[in-house]
Unconditional design. Structure first.
Length: 116
């Protein structure tokens, strides 16, 4: 799984639109053609917020800045699954592996518990 965090831009918003209701069957089409038929309005349920909560957006933008800072220094992180475990590689921009980072170290960095 991969995605481009750099593509996230707080000045633009993405709004998920619910899928359209399936086409009604022939019985419903015939009822709709009758003038005395009761027309049922389509129900729309919009439970997704228009924007992520501000604290989530702040964290995503902080991650985007960290990734850009690493890129500016000629480094990138590559995440993959290896035998059911997360593998984290520090690479240069050409994809050459410089170092493998233990996932426990990444958790410590994320929690700001790093000594070196």
């Amino acid at each position: 799984m991969s995605f481009d965090v750099n593509a996230i831009d707080h000045t633009r918003s993405v709004r998920l639109v619910p899928e359209r209701a399936p086409v009604r069957g022939a019985a419903d089409a015939g009822a709709a053609a009758r003038p005395d038929a009761v027309k049922r309005p389509d129900a729309t349920v919009d439970t997704l917020p228009a924007f992520p909560p501000p604290e989530v957006l702040d964290q995503v933008l902080a991650a985007q800045k960290a990734i850009q800072d690493m890129h500016d220094r000629g480094r990138t992180l590559h995440f993959s699954m290896d035998s059911g475990r997360v593998k984290i590689l520090l690479q240069d921009l050409d994809g050459n592996t410089l170092k493998e980072i233990p996932s426990s170290k990444a958790v410590d960095i994320a929690n700001r518990r790093v000594d070196d």
